[in-house]
Write a protein of this length. Structure first.
Length: 316
C-alpha cells in the first residue's frame, strides 16, 4: 500500500481504526480484538480504535424497524440492514473529519460499514473474517437475516467497500477466494493475514493426557446450535458405550435442551473470565467444535496453544 507521508518527520505510520459493535464493555470483543489492538499500537502510532455503531434515536429506530421475536435473529437484523450500514459509514466519515491531517491510513474491522463512504482521500484497509455472501450460502441461516432485494443491496454495499479499500486482509483463504471470485476484487488486492491466538503468554508446561484417570472432552461455544452442540451431545452418548468413564465439559451461553443426552456431561456456566477458561483447557484431553457455520474459530487455536488436540469440521 503506497501511503505518502514524511518519513523524516515520523518513524511510525499514523493509523486510525474503526469497529462496529465491538468496543466498550463487550467481553467477547475485548477477548477477540484486545491483543490485536495492542499489537497494532506496538507497530504503529494508533490514534484509537473507534466505535461506529448507532447511538441515540438511530439505535432505537434500527432496533424497532428490524424487530424479530427470536432474540438472536433480532440481533443479526439489527446489525445487517441498509440503514445501519449507511449510518455506521457516516459515523466513520465524521470521525475521519476530526482527524484530518493527522492520519495516514484507516483500518476497519469487518464489513458492516464502509470507512471510505464519502470518497475521502484517506486510504482505508479492511480486515475481515467473513462475508455476507458466505452467510447467505449457509443452509441453516444462522447469520444471514437478509433475503431477496435486501440481500442484493447489502452485497452491493459490501462489494463497494472492498472496491474502495486500498487493500483487504482476510483471516482465511476461504474468505479471500470468496472476495476475489464472487465480489470481483482483483487478486492482488486481497491477502490472507490469518488470525492470532488470544493469549498474552503461551502456556509453559505441556499437558499430560488423561491425568484425571478418565478422558475429558471440552466444548466452548456461545451459540449452542450454530456451534453444533447437540451434534456433539449425541456423538458423546455413542462414544460413552466404548469409553464409559469419559466426561464432557460443555460451556455455552444458550439453554441446552433437556431432551438431549446429558449423562456424564458437566454444563459449565458461561463465563468470559479468561483464567477460568484457561483452566478448562488445562483439564481437557480433547477439544471438539462441530460448528455448522464458523468464521474462524479462535478457540481451536487456544486449544492448540494448550497442547489439546481438536476435532472440528471441514466447512467454514
Amino acid at each position: 500500500i503506497n501511503v505518502n507521508f514524511d518519513r523524516n518527520a515520523r518513524n511510525q505510520l499514523r493509523l486510525l481504526g474503526f469497529l462496529a459493535g465491538g468496543l466498550g464493555r463487550d467481553p467477547a470483543a475485548l477477548t477477540k480484538y484486545g491483543l490485536f489492538f495492542q499489537s497494532l499500537e506496538a507497530k504503529f502510532e494508533l490514534l484509537g480504535m473507534h466505535e461506529v455503531s448507532l447511538g441515540g434515536y438511530r439505535r432505537f429506530l434500527s432496533g424497532l424497524l428490524n424487530f424479530h421475536p427470536n432474540k438472536r435473529m433480532w440481533k443479526e437484523r439489527y446489525y445487517k440492514n441498509i440503514y445501519s450500514f449507511k449510518q455506521r459509514s457516516l459515523n466513520a466519515a465524521r470521525i475521519q473529519e476530526r482527524y484530518r491531517g493527522r492520519v495516514d491510513l484507516t483500518l476497519q474491522v469487518g464489513v458492516l460499514f464502509d470507512a471510505y463512504w464519502r470518497d475521502l482521500t484517506l486510504p482505508n484497509i479492511i480486515f475481515t473474517d467473513w462475508t455476507a455472501r458466505l452467510s447467505s450460502e449457509n443452509p441453516y441461516g444462522f447469520r444471514s437475516p437478509l433475503k431477496g432485494r435486501d440481500l442484493a443491496s447489502w452485497l452491493d454495499y459490501e462489494r463497494q467497500a472492498f472496491q474502495n479499500a486500498a487493500h483487504v486482509f482476510t483471516r482465511s483463504e476461504l474468505v479471500r477466494s470468496d472476495i476475489v471470485n464472487n465480489y470481483g476484487i482483483h487478486p492482488g488486492k486481497v491477502s490472507v493475514a490469518g488470525g492470532g491466538v488470544n493469549l498474552e503468554v503461551f502456556p509453559e508446561r505441556a499437558k499430560s493426557l488423561q491425568k484425571t484417570g478418565f478422558p475429558v472432552i471440552l466444548f466452548i461455544g456461545s451459540e449452542f446450535k450454530r456451534k453444533g452442540g447437540e451434534v456433539l451431545l449425541r456423538a458423546f452418548s455413542i462414544a460413552q458405550k466404548r469409553v464409559p468413564s469419559a466426561r464432557l465439559k460443555l460451556l455455552t451461553r444458550d439453554v441446552v435442551p433437556r431432551d438431549l443426552p446429558l449423562e456424564n456431561v458437566d454444563l459449565v456456566p458461561y463465563v468470559w473470565d479468561r483464567e477460568q477458561v484457561y483452566r478448562l483447557y488445562e483439564e481437557a484431553d480433547i477439544f471438539v467444535l462441530p460448528s455448522r457455520e464458523e468464521t474462524w474459530g479462535d478457540v481451536l487455536l487456544e486449544a492448540a496453544a494448550y497442547g489439546v488436540p481438536s476435532i472440528g469440521v471441514s466447512g467454514g
